[in-house]
Design a protein around this ligand. Structure first.
Ligand SMILES: Cc1ncc(C[n+]2csc(CCOP(=O)(O)OP(=O)(O)O)c2C)c(N)n1
Ligand SMILES: [Mg+2]
Length: 554
């Protein structure tokens, strides 16, 4: 006989779980107790806020393709973790959040910390479920694991009532994960897609999503290169294609470069593989007409909930990305110039003028391109600073980007910690804004305790820059609620056991970064960024002047 907590942990180990992130609660003591016996095989990384833990689990899912595991307590815990659930959903990242729940005998009374998890997470997560009977735990856990991973991957919330966790059962734990093949396209479907492409004047490939394999990515790249079809990444999925390939043409994301907008607008056939059509990828749903785009859309996705969600495709194919990519054969057409123009647009977009700032991020990014190893993992949350890792850093085939499609501030540091937990030997660099960093800076303690310490670059401009930019455009000259008085970030980092330094000028960056990379305890570099340098190509004053001019003209 085992209790529910033991059954859960033994089953998770059998499924392949290696790490879980969370904050303890008295509601799931039986789970914590069972984790006492799995240390070294399956470790609980205890965090300082469930918001950080939720982001770590979401990032783990995006990085590894395994469900990111998060363990939190009922009302106060899981509401903190909800930002990670929302982010995993928008990112299509596999994740399971285990919530220690009130006892079944108290349900519905608004008991201490009670939360109606189905009402709260029913629309935020891919699935929300409670396990009332320890005997059914293996069944429901197996379904949660498979639900998180298949179709369009996403987060599952599993509530664990306290009395279920302590009750005894003779149910057998799971012994292995299910082996599940992604849906494969029929030869006819692939043939129709290739016929549509062959007849195209300006074909475009759009790719995205989590569940790519190495061979799947290589197949897609070979197809694009051999066919002279330019490839564009959906928002924040540019690391799923070798950016040095002649076929790679840029990212359809926030602040979309003009050449990418033009490519999507001018394409007559778009092959969208594993893409969720979000607002950022479509420039606010303007680049493709809703519901029937002018471009002939071939939408390939493994989930029946994505094809036709917004756009009626000319051809929809229910297939996973890797099987589909493997089935593609090169298509010949007169597209060399179109492809070359797309590539030239991307290469030109990688350069920005000298920045009006003591630390010039164009110079910093250029330096990082030279010194970072090819398997580097970059992370970021939300803010104008994210333009540097997202738009000015080309990702080779081994580099990774962990950045939230949800635009959640505070994701970068927890994601970097999760990446360092997953890959202790790889270089992990977190880009953070001063606002973004302070959303989860307490997780520096988690990193120090877990010995998973990344290098953090804080682009410190003293403002919530993104919102200030919107303000100057819409309410020029009326600054409200967007300036920040910040702590001494280098001292804060040292208090948490990190190497910490203020970098005052561009010329000081290379040596400071070398010290950061050499530090065995991770590092935080506080970069002196002028608020003037708010975007790579437009200053804050220019934004205000444009806002005032627009107002005068209105
Ligand atoms: C959790 C969360 N809260 C608020 C926002 C709205 N928001 C987007 S960017 C931003 C400012 C980011 O400031 P900072 O990190 O300093 O970066 P900067 O824009 O100055 O480079 C805010 C408040 C958000 N995206 N996420
Ligand atoms: Mg800022």
């Amino acid at each position: 006989m085992r209790n529910g907590g033991q059954l859960l942990v033994q089953s998770l180990v059998a499924l392949g779980a290696r790490k879980g992130f969370g904050v303890p609660g008295e509601s799931f003591l039986a789970v914590l107790d069972a984790l006492h016996d799995t240390r070294g095989r399956f470790d609980f990384i205890n965090c300082r806020n469930e918001g950080g833990a939720g982001f770590m689990a979401a990032a783990w899912g995006k990085l590894t393709g395994e469900p990111g595991l998060c363990f939190v307590t009922r009302g106060p815990g899981v509401t903190n973790a909800s930002i990670g659930i929302h982010t995993a959903m928008q990112d299509s990242a596999p994740m399971i959040v285990f919530v220690g729940q009130i006892g079944t005998d108290m349900r519905g009374r608004e008991a201490f910390q009670e939360i109606d998890y189905r009402a709260v997470f029913g629309t935020m997560a891919k699935w929300a479920v409670e396990i009332d009977d320890a005997g059914r735990l293996p069944e429901i856990l197996s379904r949660a694991w498979i639900t998180a991973l298949t179709g369009r991957p996403g987060p599952v919330v599993v509530a664990l009532p306290e009395d279920m966790l302590t009750s005894l059962t003779d149910a057998a734990p799971l012994t292995d994960p299910a082996r599940i093949h992604e849906p494969a396209p029929t030869p006819q479907a692939v043939g129709e897609a290739m016929d549509l492409l062959a007849a195209a004047k300006r074909p475009l490939l759009l790719f995205g999503g989590v569940n790519w394999t190495g061979p799947g990515r290589a197949d897609l790249q070979r197809f694009a290169e051999a066919s002279d079809i330019p490839a564009v990444a959906a928002f924040r999925y540019q690391d799923r294609f070798d950016n040095f390939s002649a076929a790679y043409a840029g990212e359809a994301g926030v602040g979309m470069p003009p050449h990418v907008k033009a490519l999507i607008r001018e394409a007559d056939v778009i092959l969208a593989v594993n893409v969720r059509f979000g607002e950022m990828t479509t420039d606010g749903y303007t680049l493709l007409d809703v519901p029937v785009p002018k471009q002939a859309l071939i939408h390939v996705h493994g989930s029946d909930r994505e094809i036709g969600k917004i756009y009626q495709p000319r051809l929809g194919i229910h297939a996973g990305p890797n099987g589909f990519a493997a089935a593609l054969r090169p298509v010949q057409g007169p597209w060399a110039d179109w492809r070359a123009r797309a590539r030239a647009g991307y290469e030109a977009s990688l350069h920005a003028p000298t920045q009006p700032s003591p630390v010039d991020m164009m110079a910093v990014t250029t330096h990082l391109r030279e010194v970072l190893p090819e398997d580097v993992i970059l992370t970021n949350g939300a803010g104008n600073f994210s333009v540097w890792p997202n738009k000015f850093f080309p990702f080779g085939p081994k580099a990774r980007l962990l950045a939230p499609q949800s635009g959640a501030m505070g994701y970068g540091l927890p994601a970097a910690i999760a990446a360092k937990v997953a890959h202790p030997d790889r270089t992990v660099v977190c880009f953070a804004g001063d606002g973004d960093f302070q959303m989860n800076c307490q997780e520096l303690a988690t990193a120090a305790q877990a010995r998973a310490q990344p290098v953090v670059l804080i682009l410190n401009n003293g403002i919530y820059g993104t919102i200030r930019a919107h303000q100057e455009r819409q309410y020029p000259g009326r600054v409200s609620g967007t300036d920040m008085v910040n702590p001494d970030f280098a001292a804060l980092a040292r208090a948490y056991g990190f190497h910490g330094e203020r970098v005052g000028a561009t010329a000081d960056f290379p040596a400071a970064f070398a010290r950061a990379m050499a530090s065995p305890t991770g590092a935080v570099l506080d970069l002196n960024i002028s608020p003037e340098a708010l975007t790579p190509r437009q200053t804050l004053s220019q934004m205000r002047a444009a806002g005032l001019a627009a107002r005068a003209g209105a």
